[in-house]
Design a protein around this ligand. Structure first.
Ligand SMILES: Cc1cc2nc3c(=O)[nH]c(=O)nc-3n(C[C@H](O)[C@H](O)[C@H](O)COP(=O)(O)OP(=O)(O)OC[C@H]3O[C@@H](n4cnc5c(N)ncnc54)[C@H](O)[C@@H]3O)c2cc1C
Length: 386
């Protein structure tokens, strides 16, 4: 497979890299210190991205996006991965699942999201339903012609800035030969809707400033017009539109690892001990050699998975492998970089400890490493009936 980039792809990479270096890096330390992205900074970032024509670049041109291929979009995410997630959030990549909007929903949700007028957040996880998403307890029941939502979601990223929420809840139960199975439906819920509240979540050591919130539904009444996709069709829309999002985690991990790697190399070349640069010791240079080998391998896995999607090939196993390997690679690279920096690596005078902390969540969200291994194993053994 040949990943020689076209001129246009080189331009995409250069443009996003320049944006991250000039518009994101200068604000990182302050966001890290305060744990917040000020509203005016968020708006300024969004406006710059709109001006560049990259806002909602993951959407098709006929709805106002840039119509990038999966591979092009992975290149964008790879560059964004270099910067603080709290800030690159405002580069604006609304959830593709909004493509499932009906005509009326397109006017209220999809198109304003693509234009940067409204931000979305995606809510699946609950305190008692993480990896086992189908065990969710949040319900919507029929009352008259409406739906009434009750329950709690937690860990919902970007909810502090979101104007509306894409929420998955249980709408029934099927008895199957393998036991009861919940039916899931996806709803669009506006911030401020009666019976729906958003409150502060937990303080995470990873990605300070990229807040996660708790959503409470207390007899929240919604009409049918708020159902995204079909009633009981939550898994169908999830599988169709969220299938590829793990590639973005892999791509961001690769981009961040390359940034971290540059710090490791610069420090190893500069730091003198025993009268020579520490890079001169095999104990250090071999760590560097392993790091770049693993980064390149993760990069190729990620781009290859994206290229399969562009060719319309099944890619579930390949996406899981990319997400698994890239996020675990990032953990090893950030840890080795910290080791190469010695004691100063742990001090917040340098960004190294931040990269190390930030890397931790990548192995958890969008499906833990164990769940990715489960997917890979299942894809291998299912055809054999095992
Ligand atoms: C900072 C942050 C932001 C997030 N943002 C969002 C968001 O915006 N929207 C959203 O819906 N969710 C979000 N999540 C939730 C995230 O996707 C879940 O945390 C993740 O899916 C794991 O669920 P859990 O934390 O409940 O862990 P659990 O599912 O309880 O898992 C605990 C452990 O058990 C292991 N395990 C579970 N099942 C199996 C199995 N079958 N085989 C082997 N091991 C297993 C897991 O791998 C893990 O090690 C976010 C999480 C975090 C931390």
């Amino acid at each position: 497979m040949d990943f020689a980039l076209s001129d246009e792809q080189e331009m995409i990479v250069a443009t996003v890299r320049r944006f991250v270096e000039t518009e994101i890096y200068p604000h990182e330390a302050e966001v890290e210190r305060t744990g917040k992205v000020p509203r005016d900074l968020a708006r300024a970032l969004r406006d710059k991205v709109l001006e560049m024509g990259f806002y909602a670049c993951n959407f098709a041109e006929d709805v106002g996006g840039a119509g990038l291929s999966h591979l092009d979009f992975a290149l964008v995410e790879r560059e964004l991965g270099r910067g603080s997630m709290a800030l690159t959030h405002f580069f604006g990549r609304p959830q593709n699942i909004l493509m499932a909007c009906t005509e009326d929903q397109r006017e209220r949700y999809l198109l304003p999201a693509v234009r940067g007028e409204r931000m979305d957040a995606l809510a699946m996880t609950e305190p008692d339903a993480g990896s086992d998403i189908r065990s969710m307890r949040c319900t919507a029941t029929r009352d008259g012609g409406d739906w009434v939502l009750n329950g709690t979601k937690h860990f919902i990223s970007g909810a502090d800035h979101a104007d509306f929420f894409i929420v998955f809840v249980a709408t029934g139960l099927d008895e199957t030969p393998r036991g009861p199975k919940k039916r899931i439906t996806c709803f669009l819920v506006d911030r401020g809707h009666p019976g729906f509240t958003v409150r502060d979540g937990y303080r995470s050591v990873s990605h300070r400033g990229y807040a996660n919130c708790i959503l409470d539904f207390d007899d929240c009444r919604l009409p049918d017009a708020q159902v995204l996709g079909a009633v009981d069709g939550g898994f169908a829309v999830m599988n169709e539109w969220l299938y590829a999002t793990r590639i973005t985690v892999a791509a961001m991990s690769v981009g961040r690892a390359r940034r971290v790697f540059d710090h490791a190399v610069a420090h190893a070349a500069e730091r003198q001990q025993f009268g020579r640069p520490i890079a001169g010791f095999q104990g250090v240079s071999f760590q560097i050699a392993d790091m770049i080998t693993e980064i390149d391998a993760a990069d190729w896995l990620t781009l290859a998975a994206a290229a399969r999607l562009d060719r319309g090939l099944p890619a579930n196993r390949e996406i899981a492998s990319a997400k698994l390997y890239a996020t675990e690679m990032l953990a090893r690279v950030t840890d080795a970089t910290l080791q190469i920096h010695g004691g100063m690596g742990l001090m917040d005078d340098l960004p190294i400890e931040r990269f190390w902390r930030d890397a931790r969540v990548e192995r958890i969200w969008d499906g833990t490493s164990e769940i990715q291994r489960h997917i890979i194993g299942r894809e291998i053994f299912r055809p054999l009936g095992a």
